[in-house]
Design a protein around this ligand. Structure first.
Ligand code: FAD
Ligand code: UDP
Length: 373
């Protein structure tokens, strides 16, 4: 070490990004201090065992990736099971398969062949007059027609995001496959599963031998933390880091309501989406089904979306035009910040899944250490 700083790296946030970085830096002999304002490690992938069931405390987390490298990387920490996500949608008591596929089209329209389904969608798309979709609503109608849009997308989307679907970016709906096969797999990726024993086990392994301080907020002792290490890896909110000087970025927040039930099987599936506008929650998850649990009891969680305000957890960036412009201004400041690396979902204001977070962290690691290797 060339100066009197105690650590090589201060890592703000014990989530997946911070954990991958800490693991890789420690492996290279660097000293790291990790801090997190929450009382546990893992950020939003945190799972907690209750009555033998791993509870996904911050909503359903299914690992999926097309990258063999990233799949091998996570499997190097714990073994994954063969869980395949196949959520069902409940629209006012009618049940449909997701993602949008031949099972969905058959239930909705009675069509049997892909050709019949395509014809139906094409007709609805043409009737809508949409040529070049410019927002989520138009994109959805172009992909699956107005019936599916009205029953399975509009209500869910508008409560999830608190905005009209016509005001949201189209990429959000492109996350979901549309398939003309009878295949209910929610993802197209080659690899998919749930870590056996929960996600927390992965994070614990990544932090082995690393100093982690919980219930420690960077902003409550900022001057000290800014001087404690040679470099900072910051995975909190980028606008907060810069004292909201250009204004607040918008996020969606969530509230989780968890309940134990003295029955073995409540809904027959890990994830059920409630796609009507009136039901206040977006989905119910039944945790045991992620790991094929056979317990006598079950635990379910309802997920309620809400607008973010200070003091709430910021779960989803809202990547519309207005917020993208604002983020650009913060990004410029971030690029000029010496010895601070901004990473993860909140600091880069990106709707990243776990595999993308790991990919981004590993790219950063490569960049950071290649000069020394
Ligand atoms: P986070 O997990 O948010 O970690 C950041 C950490 O920084 C937090 O622990 C926070 O407490 C801490 N922190 C922030 N500010 C400070 C501060 N000032 N001082 C100290 N600590 C601070 N991905 C998938 O691949 N599959 C899924 O099925 C999936 N489902 C999801 C469902 C929900 C409801 C949500 C919200 C996300 C889902 N994701 C899913 C995405 C996944 O959660 C993220 O990609 C991943 O957790 C991001 O990791 P991160 O380290 O960037 O952020
Ligand atoms: N979506 C929808 N109906 C559903 C599921 C998803 O309209 O039953 C839309 C909604 O806009 C949602 C987006 O598709 O925000 C992405 O869904 P995903 O399941 O990827 O969301 P996440 O798990 O990240 O919350």
């Amino acid at each position: 070490m060339t100066n009197n700083k105690t650590y090589d790296y201060l890592i703000v946030g014990a989530g997946l990004y911070g954990a991958v970085f800490a693991y890789e830096a420690s492996k290279r002999g660097k000293t790291c201090l990790v801090i997190d304002k929450r009382s546990h490690i893992g950020g939003n992938v945190y799972t907690e065992k209750v009555d033998g069931i791993n509870i996904h405390k911050y909503g359903a987390h299914i690992f999926h990736t097309n990258s063999k490298e990233i799949w091998d990387y996570v499997n190097g920490f714990v073994e994954f099971n063969r869980y395949t996500n196949s959520p069902v949608a409940n629209y006012k008591g009618e049940i449909y398969n997701l993602p949008f596929n031949m099972n969905t089209f058959n239930k909705l329209w009675g069509v049997i062949t892909p050709e019949e389904a395509k014809e139906k969608i094409e007709k609805q798309k043409n009737a809508s007059g949409i040529k070049e979709p410019k927002n989520l609503e138009e994109q959805a109608i172009s992909l699956v027609g107005t019936d599916i849009y009205e029953k399975l997308i509009k209500g869910y989307t508008e409560k999830q995001w608190g905005r009209a679907a016509a005001e949201l970016p189209d990429f959000i709906i492109k996350r979901l496959p549309v398939r003309f096969t009878y295949d209910n797999n929610y993802f197209n990726d080659k690899y998919q599963g749930i870590p056996i024993g929960g996600y927390t086990a992965i994070i614990e392994k990544m932090f082995q031998g690393v100093e982690v301080r919980l219930e420690t907020d960077f902003f409550e002792d900022r001057t000290n933390f800014e001087n404690i290490a040679q470099k900072i890896i910051f995975t909190g909110m980028i606008d907060e880091y810069f004292n909201y000087q250009f204004g607040e970025l918008e996020y969606r927040s969530l509230t989780f309501e968890t309940e134990k039930m003295e029955i073995p099987n409540y809904q027959g599936n890990a994830v059920v989406n409630y796609t009507d506008r009136e039901t206040p929650y977006t989905r119910i998850i039944e945790h045991k089904h992620f790991e094929f649990g056979t317990q006598d009891t079950t635990i379910v969680t309802k997920e309620y979306p809400s607008e973010w305000e200070k003091g709430k957890e910021s779960y989803y960036p809202i990547n519309d035009e207005k917020n993208s412009q604002l983020y650009k201004k913060y990004k410029e400041l971030a690029d000029n910040e010496d010895d601070v690396i901004f990473g993860g979902r909140l600091a880069t204001y990106k709707y990243y899944d776990m595999h993308q977070i790991i990919g981004a962290a590993l790219t950063q690691v490569e960049k950071e250490f290649k000069k020394n290797e």
